[in-house]
Write a protein that binds this ligand. Structure first.
Ligand code: ACO
Length: 333
């Protein structure tokens, strides 16, 4: 086999895209029985970006991808692999990754596929791409997470719609001959027995869309917020510690933790249990809300562009989501 195995896989470029339209908590309070005080105190969210009508996951993915590819100093033609993570694909099939490939105008002999691990999708996507790249067969991979959650929530349900936003984040991963840098390790996991805690029941093969499913609102996201909260804190803490242990790096050596941006109270509880001060935790849910799998790469891009990450520093991603799924990745930038 003609391939050279790389010594490491590095994050060579990042990009993100947030739709132009911003909806504040006060805007929502105009049509729902809620308030900025309630939402902000419970979640840390003030506003969210909402995609335009007709603006699909692939459109947002395209914008984030082009920015990531440009920041990597590469062109779309240099990509050897495209993974899109999303719970809000353009359509059930073909994959959003294939639609994105066409929009990027890139060659047709590379693998392109969607990966669905809900809010943990980006961490899963990076690990899958990195492992594929370690074969030596793929030098540059585009991992892009794009979510239009606004299309899947019931805008009359105050217990869910206030939590989410739309957007996309992307990274270009590249094979490197420098050892001990880039993606140092990941831990991934899932527990499908808790799949009803957070789900969108209708629209798949179990419950194809009918007038009844629509009338009953079964094509909207459903969530047991309290249970999600409890599980998220425990699992995110455990997985962060596991990946640090795997990589033989201590929590105090972490320069920046970039957690899934679901809720500031979840993040504060996790950081406290890890003894990581909040100054070392990147937060943007105040402006972006929860963008599911896109939240970590959007935050990463923002952290890099605002000089919060220096070369050689340790950055920790940690995520938790529907499935249940979870994952943590340690990166040496
Ligand atoms: N505005 C005003 N009142 C509200 C709202 C709202 N938007 N939403 C719910 N309430 C009311 C409820 O109806 C309830 O009223 P009641 O006591 O009269 O019945 C009251 O507020 C308390 O509701 P709880 O659900 O107990 O509120 P809680 O403190 O648990 O906060 C929340 C709810 C914010 C959803 C919290 O459980 C949470 O953050 N959970 C994590 C969920 C999450 O982040 N999910 C994201 C997807 S999963 C992921 O990304 C990891």
């Amino acid at each position: 086999m003609k391939s050279t195995m790389p010594k490491s896989v590095v994050i060579r470029g990042t990009g993100s895209y947030l739709p132009e339209k911003v909806v504040s908590n006060d805007d929502i309070a105009k049509f729902l029985d809620t308030s900025d005080e309630w939402i902000y105190a419970r979640t840390g969210i003030k506003r969210r970006h909402i995609a335009a009508e007709g603006e699909a996951a692939s459109d947002m993915a395209l914008k984030a991808s082009l920015r990531a590819i440009e920041s990597a100093g590469l062109t779309p033609a240099d990509m050897d692999l495209v993974i899109v993570t999303t719970v809000t694909p353009d359509m059930l099939f073909p994959s959003t990754a294939c639609i994105l490939q066409a929009k990027l105008g890139i060659r047709n002999n590379i693998p392109c596929f969607d990966l669905e691990a809900a809010c943990s999708g980006f961490v899963y996507g990076v690990e899958v791409a990195a492992r594929m790249m370690q074969s030596g067969l793929y030098r540059n991979a585009l991992v892009v997470s794009s979510e239009k959650i606004s299309a899947m929530v019931d805008w009359n349900d105050r217990s869910t719609c206030v939590l989410f936003g739309d957007g996309a984040g992307a990274v270009v991963l590249s094979a490197s001959d420098e050892p001990n840098i880039g993606i140092l390790g990941s831990v991934l996991g899932a527990d499908g027995s808790d799949n009803a805690m957070l789900r969108l029941p209708a629209g798949g093969s179990l419950m194809p869309p009918t007038r009844q499913t629509v009338e009953k609102g079964l094509h909207f996201l459903q969530m047991d917020g309290k249970e999600v909260f409890k599980h998220a804190v425990q699992i995110m803490k455990d997985k962060a510690l596991e990946v640090l242990d795997l990589c033989e790096v201590s929590a105090s050596e972490v320069s920046l933790m970039i957690p899934h941006q679901a809720n500031v109270r979840i993040v504060e509880s996790v950081a406290k249990r890890l003894h990581i001060p909040m100054e070392k935790v990147f937060l943007n849910m105040e402006d972006c809300a929860n963008t599911s799998s896109a939240s970590i790469p959007i935050a990463l891009d923002s952290a890099i562009r605002s000089n919060r990450i220096s070369k050689g520093s340790y950055v920790l991603f940690v995520a938790f989501g529907a499935g249940l799924t979870w994952g943590a990745t340690l990166v040496k930038m």
